[in-house]
Unconditional design. Sequence first.
Length: 374
Amino acid sequence: WHSSSAQRAVPCRFLSAPCRWTLLVYRSARSMSCPSSGVASVALVTLSLGSRPFVQYTKPLMEAYAKSIGVSFHSVDSYAHDAMQGIPKNLSTRFRKLPLLEHFLRRYERVMYVDDDVLIGPAAASLFALTPCHSLGATLERHKPAGWHALHRRAACDLYHSPNNAVWCSGGGNQLIFNSGVMVLSRDAHLPHLARWRDEKLVCRVLCDQLYLNALLHRTAGMTLHDLGGDFNYVGSELTRAVTTSGTAGDSHREAAARRRVAVRDACLLHLTRKVPKLYTADWVTHRALSWPFDVLQCARNATPPRGSAARKAGLSMPEADRRRAILARLPSVGHKYEIGAQLCGKKDGCCAQRWALSQRAPGEGNEGAYDSG
């Protein structure tokens, strides 16, 4: 049944009721509303086990985000946590996300999961409000080449093949892999299927839980994906391209650099993937997102409240400025000076930071190399 609801009159002879006609109302589960806020029914969850220094930056932003959208926040940072109890001893740490999701979906109607290396921008909109109630919200990895998707699709189909995902495995449907580092799930739509992970032989082939979850999506009848878009899972490799340059000139390179600069400004969530030094990148991003020059992670296209070009030029409201200062006050210091270009470039010859990425001028101190918020 695909329509949101339907109704028809049924004669009493089909029902044990002392009436002439009874109105039956049918409503599909997919059409039912589900909450986008409420600390008792909606939760933001992350998993952070072991030594993870960059969490000093990511966790305060997660807590601030949960508070701003009115949901509970849970950071599972110990094997003693209830979510980690009863897990088979032979379960790889790469799959601990699965029992964690099951645990919280049994307690909340909707759950947003983020990896512990995800920075949430100060103006990010609620993904619960943006994701349809019974869809799986996640970002398709559109920045990856087609061969990357084909490689991991074949791996997922080899490991978790079933008749239900035959079309996907044979090259039909949407062939793009979604990233499992940021997801929105609902109890009704996803828990019954997700809870079957215990019956699976879970294996890593470069990707781990991400392979299984992609296979689960395509072999589960009625499960749909809502692509959150790159703004809500902007990856570290793209940040490196936006912040650094190899000195190549030409109009096409300048245009590409300008597009990347806008993309990093408009991103809402930044995923600190393996290709970036996480501690230094987290420090640089959070300080530029929360204080002048406000030129990264501003979620301009999806901000809460919306912030167009005129609003950005006018600056932050006093309450918002105070909120950002309060978050900033909770952040640590790396303890020494560093240059972000050197950190992101590594040993790559001819690579350096773009001039805008080095600017830290406040308004009125001159504009050479300063960020133009237009």
